[in-house]
Design a protein around this ligand. Structure first.
Ligand code: ARG
Length: 477
């Protein structure tokens, strides 16, 4: 397509076409209003391509200089908000190329040598996503650090651990938070892994079959900081599996945030009263003056559905496509962009909601989660959370576990009918269930005794939790 034809796309695509696109089709097929956010990746990719074309003597050094000058101007126009994006020019690639040609003439028309929009767009999306993955990885680390900070202050704080949302066994609040650190650290690993496969270069695949020019693809990959080139041109222009993988990793991360949100929502309710989050993350009710609603965790839980939906969209987008490029792939962008935006905003907000904000005067973080240790402990004292400890105590006295289990069931029944905790039953009553019970039973019936007893790797004993905190700190260093 010549410059003139690029400019006159409102008329007909090329000499081959007898009539212009209808306005509706133009709107239907254009992507510029969403893919313009790829502009920096597009310019970066074009500059790397042009440098290589000049180094390979495919274009002249003076053409390269013109292209660089033109791109610098386009960059400043876009940054200043003065660049005129045209629907007629369909997408980010044609908009930038047309403006380049307007600015520098023939050199602009030479930029597309040995290249197609098919390998160009695949390169742009990969470059853009790679940089976004880096930002997301930083946020994931920040969130883990915030959780470990709160954990460190709450190693000795005990809350009921639940199974089936029924009180099960006492656990350290720090241990509970560190479970999320594990989840987010796996999310970070997944992001790093996706990054490796995203960071490969399609450019040089041209439309689908490679190109007749003596391109140096490895050089372009190196200039762009990519880890290698796509080794098959048909695959390079057409697969979007990296975007699907990313969205799958993002979905899992949102699922972890959603689980945490659900817990925050429960813990903040009057029935639990375990934690408070800063007022700026809550909203009031228009009718009930007493309300402070946990809107942020609720929205994060809700937005998880949206990201999982994007995963379904992208994977379905891919499934019926024959090789190589199809226009279907233009539909990859909005779900991918929205996934990145949603995940980044959610992570940012959680970093601040958990860890607080630095006080400008002292630099110390303030306004993160507030923990009500007394409420947690009181809840752990209800529901016979140390019943398993009594069974284990009897096993150590020689009872087979199944018998011990049954004996403790009787003890729990008795405590229930007296409306008291197991630890409040007199020794004589306990001895009625099994004669081997001695005074030291009260140590194991206490919340702290129960916690200290679970001193195996991965367990909730404070000694283990402290070791985990140290391991995480070393990981972050
Ligand atoms: N806007 C297009 C996309 O996002 C660029 C590639 C167009 N290629 C083509 N052969 N029509 O996929």
């Amino acid at each position: 397509m010549s410059t003139n034809q690029l400019d006159k796309k409102s008329e007909a695509w090329s000499a081959l076409f007898s009539e212009p696109m209808s306005e509706l089709v133009k709107r239907y097929t254009a992507s510029v209003f969403f893919d313009k956010r790829l502009w920096l990746a597009d310019i970066t990719g074009s500059l790397a391509h042009a440098e290589m074309l000049a180094a390979q003597h495919i274009i002249a050094a003076s053409d390269l200089a013109d292209i660089q000058r033109g791109m610098a101007q386009i960059r400043s126009e876009i940054e200043a908000g003065t660049f005129e994006w045209k629907l007629d020019l369909e997408d980010v690639h044609l908009n930038i190329e047309a403006r380049l040609t307007q600015l520098v003439g023939d050199a602009g028309k030479r930029l597309h040598t040995g290249r197609s929009r098919n390998d160009q767009v695949a390169t742009d999306v990969r470059l853009w996503l790679r940089d976004e993955i880096d930002l997301i990885s930083d946020l994931l680390k920040e969130l883990q650090v915030a959780l470990v900070d709160v954990a460190e202050q709450n190693v000795e704080v005990i809350l009921p651990g639940f199974t089936h949302l029924q009180v099960a066994q006492p656990v350290s609040f720090a241990h509970h938070l560190l479970a999320y650190v594990e989840m987010f650290s796996r999310d970070a690993e997944r992001m790093a892994d996706v990054r490796r496969r995203t960071n490969r270069l399609p450019l040089g695949s041209a439309a689908l079959a490679g190109t007749t020019y003596p391109l140096d693809r490895e050089r372009v990959a190196k200039t762009l900081g990519m880890e290698g080139v796509c080794q098959n041109s048909l695959d390079g222009v057409s697969d979007r599996d990296f975007a699907i993988e990313f969205t799958a990793a993002a979905s899992l991360c949102m699922v972890h945030i959603s689980r945490f949100s659900e817990e925050l929502i429960l813990w903040m309710s009057q029935n639990f009263g375990f934690v408070k989050i800063a007022d700026r993350f809550t909203t009031g009710s228009s009718i009930m003056p007493q309300k402070k609603n946990p809107d942020v965790p609720e929205l994060a839980r809700g937005k998880t559905g949206r990201v999982v939906g994007h995963l379904m969209g992208l994977i379905t987008l891919m499934k019926g496509q024959p090789l190589a490029y199809n226009k279907d792939n233009q539909e990859d962008k909005e779900p991918l962009f929205d996934t990145v935006d949603t995940l980044k905003d959610t992570l940012r907000i959680f970093c601040e909601m958990v860890g607080g904000q630095p006080n400008p005067a002292t630099g110390a973080k303030e306004g993160g989660i507030t923990v009500n240790a007394a409420a947690m402990e009181a809840a752990a004292n209800k529901g016979y959370a140390t019943a398993t400890d009594l069974a284990d105590y009897l096993v150590k006295k020689g009872l087979p576990f199944r018998d011990a289990h049954e004996t403790v069931a009787h003890a729990v029944k008795a405590a229930t009918s007296h409306n008291c905790d197991l630890s409040e039953l007199p020794l004589t009553v306990l001895q009625g269930f099994n004669a081997s019970i001695e005074k030291d039973v009260y140590e194991c019936l206490s919340l702290r005794g129960s916690l200290n007893a679970r001193n195996t790797l991965g367990g909730t004993a404070p000694a283990q939790v402290k070791a985990q905190i140290a391991r995480h700190r070393a990981r972050f260093a």
